[in-house]
Design a protein around this ligand. Structure first.
Ligand code: AMP
Length: 215
């Protein structure tokens, strides 16, 4: 298995781009740490209970909680594929745990793709974001409109605004990104695996930029 880390601030388009890559190439698989956690919260599992309050505040959940979920996910992946890790790792400690997981498996890190987007654009994107609470598909009221207003194209469920997409929490999530996740840029850059992508523009163009660095 190859692993591609998608790195970027909230609203940088990691999930959207991963969704497009998977839709056009069955060799890709996509896992979003945020989705795993939201599902765990919904099901009120132990991990979900441990994560819920951190998520409401826009803070990171404890490293070990999310690392264990990702480890279990990777262990369950069958067959050859390129796994797109969206939202994990988000701290240097998580990156070190991922290194250990990779060392103990037949997986290899192909690249870390950094989606670069200006802060004003991030706020604008998140303000218009609508999410499917059932399958996790993401939409935007202006740029990624569903066929039927307010309804998920993939599964027909009513779209919602994520609880942590309110302006106060978004501000906190961006501050947390800068302090806790930005150090990963140097971490992966030092290894020569960091690929910087301009995350602004038309979605198809951004997808193409990512595709090009993964060839
Ligand atoms: P996301 O859907 O990636 O924006 O994540 C939503 C929320 O889930 C974040 O604000 C964090 O509270 C939590 N979360 C997701 N991924 C991680 C991670 N790798 N480490 C810690 N917390 C995470």
């Amino acid at each position: 298995m190859k692993i591609v880390i998608l790195l970027g601030a909230p609203g940088s388009g990691k999930g959207t781009i991963a969704g497009r890559l998977v839709a056009h190439n069955s060799g890709f698989k996509h896992v979003s740490s945020g989705e795993l956690l939201r599902d765990a919260v919904k099901r009120q599992t132990l991990a979900g209970l441990a994560a819920e309050d951190f998520m409401k505040r826009g803070e990171l959940v404890p490293d070990q909680v999310i690392a264990d979920m990702i480890k279990d996910y990777i262990a369950d992946v069958k067959g050859e594929c390129t796994l797109l890790l969206d939202g994990f790792p988000r701290t240097v400690v998580q990156a070190e745990i991922l290194d250990q997981v990779i060392e103990g498996s037949d997986a290899e890190l192909q690249a870390t793709v950094l989606m670069e987007v200006a802060d004003e654009i991030l706020f604008e994107r998140i303000a218009g974001r609508r999410t499917c609470p059932k399958c996790g598909a993401g939409f935007h009221i202006k740029t990624i409109r569903p066929v039927k207003d307010g309804i998920c194209d993939a599964c027909g469920t009513g779209l919602v605004i994520r609880k942590d997409d309110n302006p106060e929490t978004v501000k906190n999530r961006l501050a947390v990104y800068k302090v806790q996740t930005v150090p990963l840029i140097d971490f992966y850059s030092a290894r020569g695996v960091l690929k910087r992508i301009d995350g602004f523009g038309v979605i198809n163009d951004i997808v193409e930029r990512v595709r090009q660095v993964l060839i």
